[in-house]
Design a protein around this ligand. Structure first.
Ligand code: NAD
Length: 484
């Protein structure tokens, strides 16, 4: 099945930080993919703006090299790539000073969609917002795109929001959480609200518990210094896992509109209970045959920062009362796995004599690897020997189900950038959502910092610390296996 490409209106996209790591690895290769698929219209332009003293040709070369390194199969079309490079322009700019702003003002057109991607440190967001206005570059229609981390606590998130809202309306601000751009994450909503099968069961009458796992095999690598100030809670839970939790738990919005969806997500965050410290397990990976310990990677021999966290969370509302949501995320784990598993209750009574196993339907939605979903159902084990029951998955890998050959799962960044151009904020976090997420997160972090909590060591390549397994075991449940 060929993917349908809906062209967007002509635009000028200015990438502040256009020479940085994120721009080179994700944004520019993603834009080239959209260009190759015919989505970028004639007349669309991409303007890099960063500190490096480059001219247009120098920037084109940098982007060419970035696509050679990080681009997909489409980069082999050299004629297409040459045309894409023609859409690029560049100006050196100083976010904190006046250099470069007049030049930028002369480049950006007023009669097309204007988007400004702040792919720079958050400490520069306020400067960029202010100068875009002072130099009369931005208009009431301009859009700005900002990256995580959006603050490191409620106070800093509020300050960041203020620095943007002093110059832009909330309807112009696109806060990226690239998890929301993933195909499967959007499928969560399609599955829940596009089928009659699931929604009647989606509550505490039928759901025993829900597990959300985001496990990585990599360590903190070159990001050690940043990560050590953040930890898994700030780096992953406050944003990505929280977003997944919202989408799985929210009430059906009246329609699939940006504010309708975000209003429902916000209600989930506001309904989150505080977490009992006994229901939080923090871990740090130890040295292993394939790598150094967390403390070595972070170059902080006394670090108490968690590279793993597992927790049991409750949502205080009618639908989910009594249903635990177990969240876990970590680095240097057994496999690179992201999934959400909805574990349904077992039958109260079995009519099959001798069948003592607790059969459970489990709907699992995989973000990686092999984006897709499967539903564990109970059937009769084939062959003679009476009614022996066995649990098997009804498996659907999207790439197979949708026709492998020409269906490419669009990368989250490119999808989100095109949504910015279309003016669709549904998959972006609203300011109040981010603040509510920090309001829930702050007391948990303050709690363990106040207790001088020491993270438990876990073996690199494992499923995390033993205590995390116990979090479920003591309630007669178990984590889904990380298939390594
Ligand atoms: P980077 O350090 O590689 O690049 C920073 C960019 O900002 C460079 O282009 C630099 O020229 C520009 N810059 C710095 N100071 C400037 C100034 N005073 N005026 C104008 N330009 C200036 O950073 P990065 O990794 O590309 O990250 C950019 C943002 O995206 C950060 O907020 C980061 O937290 C976030 N982010 C990055 C990644 C990633 O994979 N790299 C992932 C998620 C979020």
């Amino acid at each position: 099945m060929a993917s349908r490409v809906i062209p967007v209106d002509p635009f000028d996209l200015v990438i502040f930080g256009g020479t940085g790591d994120l721009a080179r690895r994700k944004i520019l290769p993603g834009l080239f993919r959209r260009y190759s698929s015919g989505q970028m219209p004639e007349g669309a332009r991409i303007i890099g703006a960063a500190r490096s003293d480059l001219d247009r040709a120098g920037y084109q070369q940098l982007v060419n090299e970035s696509i050679a390194e990080f681009g997909g199969a489409e980069k082999s079309d050299t004629a297409m790539l040459a045309k894409f490079l023609e859409t690029l322009d560049y100006t050196p700019i100083d976010a904190k000073g006046e250099a470069g702003w007049d030049a930028l003002s002369g480049m950006v057109r007023k009669d097309v969609v204007q988007a400004f991607y702040f792919s720079v440190a958050p400490s520069l967001f306020g400067d960029l917002a202010q100068r875009l206005h002072a130099h009369k570059i931005a208009t009431d229609q301009s859009r700005i795109v900002v990256e995580k981390p959006f603050g490191r606590d409620l106070k800093s998130a509020k300050a960041l929001n203020k620095s943007l809202r002093d110059h832009f309306d909330e309807s112009q601000v696109y806060r990226i959480d690239h998890y929301l751009g993933k195909e499967t994450v959007q499928n969560l909503m399609a599955v829940r609200f596009g089928n009659v099968l699931f929604e009647p069961l989606w509550n505490n009458h039928y759901v025993d518990h829900i597990q959300i796992t985001v496990a990585e095999t990599v360590g903190v690598g070159g990001r050690g210094a940043y990560y050590d100030r953040a930890g898994a809670m700030r780096d992953m839970v406050q944003n990505h896992l929280m977003q997944l939790l919202c989408l799985i738990a929210m009430e059906p919005p009246g329609q699939f509109g940006a504010d309708e969806v975000r209003d429902e997500k916000l209600k989930v965050i506001r309904a989150l209970q505080g977490v009992d410290p006994h229901h939080i397990v923090r871990g740090q990976y130890d040295a292993g045959p394939n790598g150094a310990s967390y403390r070595e990677d972070a170059e902080n021999p006394r670090s108490f920062t968690e590279s793993f966290i597992a927790m049991k969370v409750h949502i205080n509302n009618w639908r989910w009362a009594g249903v635990p949501f177990y969240l876990r995320t970590g680095k240097r784990m057994k496999s690179r796995t992201s999934e959400i598993a909805v574990v349904f209750k077992d039958l109260g009574h079995s009519i099959f004599e001798g069948d003592e196993k607790r059969h459970r339907n489990i709907l699992s939605i995989r973000l990686q690897p092999n984006e897709g979903m499967d539903l564990q159902v109970t059937i009769k084990e084939p062959g003679p020997g009476g009614m022996r029951l066995v649990d098997v998955p009804l498996d659907m890998t999207f790439a197979e189900a949708l026709g492998d050959s020409d269906h490419e799962v669009t990368d989250a960044y490119e999808r989100l950038i095109m949504d910015v151009i279309r003016g669709n904020q549904t998959l972006f976090m609203r300011g109040d959502e981010v603040e509510a997420a920090w309001a829930w997160t702050d007391p948990l972090i303050n709690g363990w910092e106040g207790r001088n909590d020491v993270p438990k060591l876990y073996d690199a390549g494992s499923s995390g610390p033993e205590d995390a397994l116990m979090l479920l075991h003591r309630e007669g449940r178990k984590w889904r296996e990380l298939k390594g």
